[in-house]
Design a protein around this ligand. Structure first.
Ligand code: NDP
Ligand code: OXD
Length: 309
């Protein structure tokens, strides 16, 4: 039996060598040289082509190469009954928390305004940032959102969080569900999006959400581009209601060259690098899940097909 791998060309050799080291009896086949589809027991994928996974009649699990599984779940022809397995990797979590702390402090310390002043050659000190009132609200309190909250705690900024189900996290005022959204937004000064992308959360960063934030709020999107309504963000920034945004993810990616985000003075953007899968670390987690399945145990971190993440 074999594993089929769909990853970036640059990482293919590393994945194959790590998986060979950890699972010496597993044959690893590249996506376009999968051979006899009936040999394929496991798929390890990033953005598989829609309908393609269904070719593998003996597939036992689909492993995501990233933390999000939307790139798999959005296939309307997904093989039924085959578990989709999320990647929960401490290295991914660490990187994301670094990005969130960096971006939240960047907005809190008004770095976009200082960058603009520097560009104009202007010496323009702003009032001291008041940490007591500069709250950070995290949408999505899953693996990444809850760790980001924990890493932000030592800075003393009031923390809020919003999720689908109720949560109890030390030092975080937790809200949940549709009724919890408005009170959460009303007290959020810096909004961080770390939600899973599902039909319910698509476009959630929109004009109504921005209008519910206090004037001068900032927005950080490091989940998926599909959460954000691009025009609504530009309008909220241009009207002065929002003061700045840090964006790591876009729809589509790469962000088209002529997209207004590139040159907007209040937007800082990065090319989907907030947290990158590190092969040496992720391969250990995937190999361990395959070993579990071979022993007849369920893999860890199966996505819930009903919830979609
Ligand atoms: P989790 O599945 O652990 O967490 C997802 C969170 O979203 C949960 O708190 C969940 O609520 C919440 N959620 C889902 N649907 C709703 C809803 N309808 N209303 C309110 N809350 C909802 O995922 P991770 O923390 O591991 O990852 C989060 C996302 O980060 C990924 O899906 C991915 O898109 C993105 N990501 C981006 C990267 C980058 O480099 N930019 C890298 C890695 C991930 P509940 O807790 O109640 O289930
Ligand atoms: C992920 C990502 O989901 O890289 O891991 O976006």
């Amino acid at each position: 039996m074999a594993l089929v791998l769909k990853c970036g060309r640059d990482e293919r050799a590393e994945w194959r060598s790590e998986l060979h080291r950890l699972l010496p009896d597993m044959e690893v086949r590249p996506w376009h040289q999968a051979g006899d589809p009936d040999d394929i027991e496991f798929a390890l994928v990033w953005k598989p082509d829609a309908g393609e996974l269904r070719r593998f009649a003996n597939l036992r699990a689909i492993f995501s190469l990233g933390a999000g599984v939307d790139h798999i779940m959005n296939d309307p022809d997904l093989p039924p009954g085959v578990p989709v397995v999320r990647l929960i990797d401490p290295e991914l979590t660490r990187q994301m928390s670094e990005y969130v702390v960096l971006s939240a402090l960047y907005l809190h310390r008004r770095m976009p305004a200082y960058a603009a002043a520097q560009k104009d050659g202007r010496w323009r000190p702003l009032p001291a940032p008041d940490t007591r009132s500069a709250s950070v609200g995290i949408m999505g309190l899953g693996v990444l959102g809850s760790d980001a909250a924990e890493k932000l705690r030592p800075f003393g900024l009031p923390l809020l969080g919003w999720s689908r189900r109720p949560k109890n996290i030390e030092g975080v005022r937790c809200f949940h569900g549709a009724p919890g959204l408005a009170p959460f937004l009303a007290e959020t000064g810096i909004l961080v999006c770390l939600l899973a992308l599902t039909p319910e959360t698509k476009g959630i960063l929109n004009a109504k959400t921005f209008a519910s934030l206090p004037r001068g709020a900032g927005v950080i999107n490091c989940a998926r581009g599909g959460h954000l309504v691009d025009e609504d963000l530009i309008e909220a920034l241009d009207s002065g209601h929002l003061s700045g945004a840090v964006l790591d993810v876009f729809d589509p990616e790469p962000l088209p060259e002529d997209h207004p985000f590139w040159r907007h003075p209040q937007i800082t953007l990065t090319p989907h690098v907030a947290s990158l899968t590190l092969v040496h670390s992720a391969a250990i987690i995937i190999a361990e899940n395959i070993r579990r399945m071979r022993k007849g145990e369920a893999p860890l971190a199966i996505a819930d097909p009903k919830a979609g993440y």
